[in-house]
Design a protein around this ligand. Structure first.
Ligand SMILES: Cc1ncc(C[n+]2csc(CCOP(=O)(O)OP(=O)(O)O)c2C)c(N)n1
Length: 932
């Protein structure tokens, strides 16, 4: 709104009337769009206009009426959606007090009077009756729009200019109408056909929402027309099979094979997933002959968890296509259920990502398949908001509520929504009101809980039937012609069905699983040395970039002071610490042309002030990323501070990793336990996707972990969780002790012919521990080692300590201080997959040690103990391993730093056999005995 020069005593309008130029300017604005000005100015110009118009030169009352009409127009734009006829089951109010004429002090008598329309997109002057009709057509028929909450005037105005001149009434050529009818026939018949052939099988039918199929066809057509060539979709169970069949053209044969459960064992060794969660991708040819690649992301049952995964995949694809400015080529499309959309926090998290540097994808089109029910839950039980879509207002998304029984209105809205996204790069929501013909699934009885609703639904004609009648009455086709379309589709389905009944099992591997950039990365996991060392010159080159301050750059003094020392360490082949090893690992990958993405809360600086991946000019705040200045032809480090979310951000980065196997994608938790907030992504995607959907990922999760007296919530990265989820070589779980190990583990991620998520219990105090350093030469000639031997092995070991992670340093230090020379300490650096052969060879020299102890700082119910025990029992036979560590505890760690230190000292002493004998560790019983 234009700011009025204010006056202290007189009103703002009166105070500036003396400035003719200013008044002219305001008048021009009013002519353009009265809503830009304050109420006072609007009244003034309405009166002025009337006064200067000889024909309408009436009275002050008339000027007031004009202003009232302006308010009425605004009200319809703002809340017309409240009386829009969008519910196919009826029940929408036709009137709303705030939209009644008398709310504006207008009366029926004024209906014939002519008023200025402002910018309604029709004639400049119209009778009030016509104005109201136009507003009702635009905002209150089968489309209700919420957009006045958008603060960007250009976006609001653009929407008005699209909607008001057309009155939101689609005008489609007959061919398109027949196409829509055909789409509805296909959608309906697919469901009825599978219902008849496979009664009792769950399929989460689309019935009641069949118009979705037309909406998706429209989306892809508009995508092509607006310059896109790829669509990345996410959706849940509802109607998924129908979408796979009728949008992605997954062969009907393949779908029927799944109904028959006639599936060949998967060559990658996965257990597969139910048919309504599988992913698929295919090329779609539009009416204009353009090819659009459409991929439907594999879906976990956890509703909305797929949203950030789709966004991450989209962004990675945009990068691959060089579409990183406008982001109009690869489009994310998310389908939601109404209950899930309003209930799941991940929706809000995903909206929050939508405009963030490092995470934005240029806007997502969301289609809510609003069947007005959850499982058995009604809207009044499911949300505190009027609409399920209200959460979208947090990003000022326009929201279109549309009647799902009007496929033309739906396609019109989808087209408009996508064009808005392409123009403004922001999210937009289509709320498709529909119903669910059956219960939650086909076997569920909905009348138990919604008897009245379902009486209505049972007699409600399908959208296909209604639309067919409409086209027949519009003389676009005859009933016979429509029946013929149905027959053709039935025949196709029957052909496919017939072929499947007796044929061989088929391989359901999605055709693109390990092709393209993934080609050759489907090798099974194996413990093979991986060449990850980097020649000394390469390390020096990276170190130079890391320590060179550009001219004119004002670097923070504390950071600057450390640089010469870092350079010297690398150049003179000295010892590198953890942060330097990390920077060298990332830098050497970049130097080899392999990009790196690092995302997490405060990850640029690093939670512990250890990383400084970017420097900030002390005078200008300008950001400088040293690792992006290694050489001309290097790859880029993309490092981002994420928003304060775990679930959506990890989901996003995981999605990214699905598309970019040759980019090191790292997600970092602020502290390891915060990853709990992303457990759905870890359980349902990261650890299970290969098994369920043959989808591999090389994502790295850094989870700061270690008992250092910081209390229950900052000590544990919940190592045990990952070990419980580990099976079939699905992930790698490491608790590393040296910078060199970290260096090689990171580089190894991209240097093998396979990809697996890597979970690292990353250090806190070890970042600066004087002993946690590695000679530069270990980065040159070393490699990752799953098990590390004692650096100073005793000649006559009496006791063998096995451990993992930071406690190693406590043990070594205490051993030295106590002058103990008969205790050996072996570290398991990679807990899973466990390298048994290497472990055996490392412990072989300690065969004479009488005692074997597993030492951990975690409580007994946490850490690696429960995971290691069965293996240790098998490996050590008679020498039953004993446990040394904290006692079982409901909370991960004590809140007292003093008690922490006492506990830590005690467990170290106990492990080394220092102190009283009464506290000696007991050998662990056999698991069976332990259970009793
Ligand atoms: C996070 C999560 N909680 C619970 C469920 C179980 N569940 C599956 S579908 C469903 C109802 C979903 O309703 P809505 O989002 O409206 O979609 P609809 O099934 O009606 O299409 C529920 C509660 C789930 N899949 N995910």
């Amino acid at each position: 709104m234009a700011s009025d020069p204010s006056s202290r005593r007189r009103g703002p309008v009166l105070s500036v009337l003396s400035s003719a130029e200013y008044v002219d300017e305001m008048y021009a604005k009013w002519r353009e769009d009265p809503s830009q000005l304050s109420e006072e100015w609007r009244l003034f110009f309405t009166g002025f206009d009337l006064a200067t118009c000889p024909r309408d030169c009436v009275s002050a009352e008339r000027a007031m009426d004009q202003s009232r009409v302006a308010s009425l127009i605004y009200a319809y734009r703002n809340i017309g959606h409240l009386i829009a006829q969008v519910n196919p089951l009826g029940g929408d109010p036709e009137t709303y007090p705030d939209l009644e004429l008398d709310s504006f002090d207008l009366s029926e008598e004024t209906l014939d009077e002519v008023f200025d329309t402002g910018h309604l997109g029709g004639p400049q002057r119209m009778a009030l009756g016509e104005i109201v009709q136009m507003l009702r057509d635009t905002y209150c028929r089968h489309i209700g729009v919420e957009y006045i909450h958008i603060q960007d005037r250009a976006a609001r105005r653009w929407l008005q200019l699209q909607m008001e001149p057309t009155r939101n009434q689609p005008r489609l050529p007959p061919e398109r109408k027949i196409e829509i009818l055909t789409e509805l026939i296909d959608a309906e018949l697919f469901e009825s056909f599978t219902q008849t052939r496979y009664p009792g099988q769950k399929r989460f039918s689309l019935e009641g929402a069949e118009a979705l199929i037309s909406a998706l066809h429209q989306f892809i057509e508009t995508a092509a027309a607006t310059g896109a060539d790829e669509v990345v979709m996410g959706m849940s169970h509802r109607g998924r099979l129908n979408v796979l069949a009728n949008i992605l053209h997954k062969p009907y044969e393949m779908i029927f094979h799944e109904f028959e459960d006639n599936i060949a064992p998967d060559p990658v060794g996965g257990d597969g997933d139910v048919k309504y969660h599988r992913g698929y991708s295919a090329d779609y040819t539009t009416d204009s002959g353009q090819v659009i690649h459409v991929s439907l992301t594999a879906n976990a049952s956890h509703l909305e968890a797929v949203d950030p995964v789709v966004e991450g995949r989209t962004r990675a694809k945009q990068r691959q296509q060089g579409d990183t400015t406008l982001r109009t080529k690869v489009l994310p499309l998310l389908l939601h259920g109404d209950a899930a959309f309003s209930g799941q926090g991940l929706v809000a998290e995903t909206f929050n990502l939508s405009q963030l540097k490092g995470y934005r994808t240029g806007g997502t089109v969301h289609i809510v398949v609003n069947n007005q029910i959850g499982f058995t839950t009604l809207p009044g039980e499911a949300r505190s908001t009027r609409y399920p879509t209200d959460i979208a207002k947090m990003v000022e998304a326009p929201i279109f509520h549309v009647n799902g029984d009007d496929p033309e209105a739906l396609c019109y809205v989808v087209d408009l929504a996508l064009r808005y996204r392409q123009k403004f790069g922001r999210d937009v929501v289509v709320d498709m009101l529909c119903y669910r013909k059956h219960g939650h699934n086909e076997g569920d009885e909905p009348a138990f809980t919604q008897p009245v609703m379902y009486q209505k639904i049972n007699t409600h004609p399908s959208v296909r039937e209604q639309y067919q009648n409409r086209l027949v009455s519009e003389r676009i086709l005859t009933v016979d012609e429509s029946d013929k379309l149905s027959q053709q589709f039935s025949d196709r389905l029957y052909e496919a069905f017939k072929g499947v009944k007796d044929s061989c099992p088929i391989d359901l591997l999605e055709p693109h699983a390990f092709s393209g950039v993934w080609k050759g990365l489907d090798t099974p996991y194996r413990h093979e040395p991986v060449a990850t060392g980097v020649d000394h010159d390469g390390l020096v080159e990276v170190a130079r970039a890391l320590t060179t301050v550009p001219e004119q750059f004002h670097l923070n003094r504390k950071i600057g002071r450390r640089l010469p020392d870092q350079m010297e360490k690398v150049e003179q082949r000295g010892d590198v610490d953890w942060p330097l090893a990390e920077a060298l690992a990332l830098g050497t990958l970049l130097r080899e042309g392999l990009p790196v993405r690092l995302s997490g809360q405060d990850s640029i600086r690093g939670t512990f002030s250890q990383r400084h991946a970017a420097w900030f000019d002390t005078k200008s705040q300008e950001m400088y990323i040293p690792l992006n200045h290694i050489s001309e032809d290097q790859a880029r480090l993309c490092v981002y501070n994420s928003m304060l979310s775990e679930a959506a951000v990890l989901g996003f980065d995981y999605g990214y990793s699905l598309v970019e196997p040759n980019m090191l994608v790292i997600w970092e938790a602020q502290f390891g336990d915060f990853a709990n907030g992303a457990q759905v992504i870890i359980d349902q995607y990261i650890t299970a996707a290969l098994d369920k959907w043959q989808r591999a990922s090389g994502i790295v999760m850094l989870l700061p972990h270690g008992y250092e007296g910081q209390g229950p919530e900052h000590s544990s990265g919940y190592l045990e969780r990952y070990l419980t989820l580990a099976a079939e070589d699905n992930i790698q779980v490491c608790n590393l002790t040296t910078p060199a190990q970290y260096f090689h583990a990171l580089r190894r991620q991209l240097k093998r012919d396979l990809r697996r998520p890597l979970v690292i219990m990353s250090p806190k105090s070890l970042l600066r521990h004087k002993s946690a350093v590695s000679p530069t030469d270990e980065l040159v000639s070393g490699r990752f080692q799953e098990v590390l031997d004692d650096p100073e092995p005793p000649r006559h070991p009496r006791r063998l300590l096995l451990c993992s992670g930071k406690v190693f340093y406590d043990l070594v230090e205490a051993r030295a201080q106590a002058g103990i020379d008969d205790v050996a300490i072996v570290r398991v650096e990679q807990l899973y997959p466990f390298h048994e052969k290497l472990f055996r060879s490392v412990v072989a020299p300690y065969a004479d040690a009488e005692e074997v102890l597993w030492v951990q700082e975690e409580t007994k119910n946490r850490g690696a103990w429960s995971y290691m025990l069965p293996m240790l029992l098998e490996l050590f036979g008679d020498r039953r391993p004993a446990y040394v560590g904290r006692q079982p505890s409901a909370s991960p760690a004590t809140g007292s730093a003093r008690i922490h230190h006492e506990e830590q000292e005690r467990l170290v002493a106990q492990a080394l056999g220092i102190g009283e004998t009464s506290d000696e560790p007991e050998p662990e019983p056999e698991p069976a005995a332990a259970a009793s």
